[in-house]
Design a binder for this molecule. Structure first.
Ligand SMILES: [Zn+2]
Length: 93
């Protein structure tokens, strides 16, 4: 099954639903994602932001923001690495 655009290739976890939010980096490059993967991407981005998509009427962006605060950067990796500065950097790594 295809996963949402915020899922990192090295992250084996599945989506928790359809994309409800957009995660943006400092340069406003972004990706839409399910709550689970969006929180993981947001935790990995220094200065990242999250917004609900227009059909998000249930506070998904707030839940993603809170969940990201409980995660370290690159939560799918065993390596402790500093946060990335852009969505492109995350995708490249
Ligand atoms: Zn997902």
């Amino acid at each position: 099954m295809a996963r949402c655009p915020t899922a990192h290739p090295a992250d084996a976890s599945g989506c928790t639903g359809r994309p409800l939010v957009t995660v943006l980096d400092r340069d406003n490059a972004g990706a839409d994602g399910c709550e689970h993967h969006a929180a993981r991407l947001l935790a990995t981005l220094a200065g990242g932001r999250v917004y609900g998509l227009p059909h998000d009427t249930d506070g998904a962006a707030v839940r993603v923001f809170r969940a990201a605060g409980r995660l370290r950067p690159w939560p799918w990796s065993a390596d402790a690495r500093p946060a990335a500065v852009s969505v492109a950097d995350v995708a490249r790594t």
